[in-house]
Ligand binder design. Sequence first.
Ligand code: BDR
Ligand code: CA
Length: 313
Amino acid sequence: MRARKIIIDTDPGQDDAVAILLALGSPQDIDLLGITTVAGNVPLALTQKNARIVCEVAERRDVKVHAGCAAPLERALVTAEHVHGRTGLDGPELFEPTMALAEQNGVDFIIESLRQEAPGTVTLCPLGPLTNIAAAFRKAPDIIGRVQEIVLMGGAYFEVGNITPAAEFNIYVDPEAAREVLGCGVAVTMMPLDVTHKALATPARVAAFRDLGTRVGSFTADMLEFFERFDVEKYGSEGGPLHDPCVIAYLIRPELFSGRHVNVEVETASELTLGMTVADWWGVTDRSPNAMFIGDVEADGFFALLTERLGRL
Ligand code: BDR
Ligand code: CA
């Protein structure tokens, strides 16, 4: 089978970083056209820099990293330094990347790539707020019908929320963008907290990354040892959830995941429940299904895949 063409849209973020590494370690499955960065976990100046740091750790200075939107479509930016640290990538020793940021804006890169590649051959993989994707669709509606699929990390139903009691971070930061993406008619697969909270980086799994004995292995372990603190304290879980790598793992081994094709709507009006993803998991409305909402992952298989692929870098 030919490698699937993807664009990773991201706000690194330690878990975003692991997702990028998984893609870079899987060239037979994933043809990474480029990385677009967005403001989210930390401001854009840091997310674009962090994406370049991750590429350099993997010795992939050839990857195109673009900066996209610095703020949500219609709101002020909310960030998550309390989870990811001041840099967004706290944990390992960081450095100034030497690879240049691509000149083209990330939104324009998404538009140009979708126009250049054959229709139905490019998958968008948003790992942060959906601002860049919605901005690209607003600016160039002709590209919407050319997208193969959108596989994103965002939302929650049974786990409800992490940034507020009702909302998951990526959707909460730019709910208008999320609503537009979910309503655009493209096939969407969502990795909500319901599944990502089952992909826990336990001490044994983090040790397996360190035991790779490579720079990528120790960088990953250092990131995850920092990243787990917040969720371990908050949820009393055994390790931090590897949210964003679920997106890339799904493209490589979809059989590890299961879910339901349901209707998902985003709350954009209520102050109390802003950004909530109302998933009709039980089919109690007649609203049309618009997303494959993933609920479960075979976690050991997921971590085996991650460790093996990061081990190739
Ligand atoms: C999502 O928010 C960010 O903190 C993570 O990188 C992930 O994309 C989880 O809610
Ligand atoms: Ca992210």
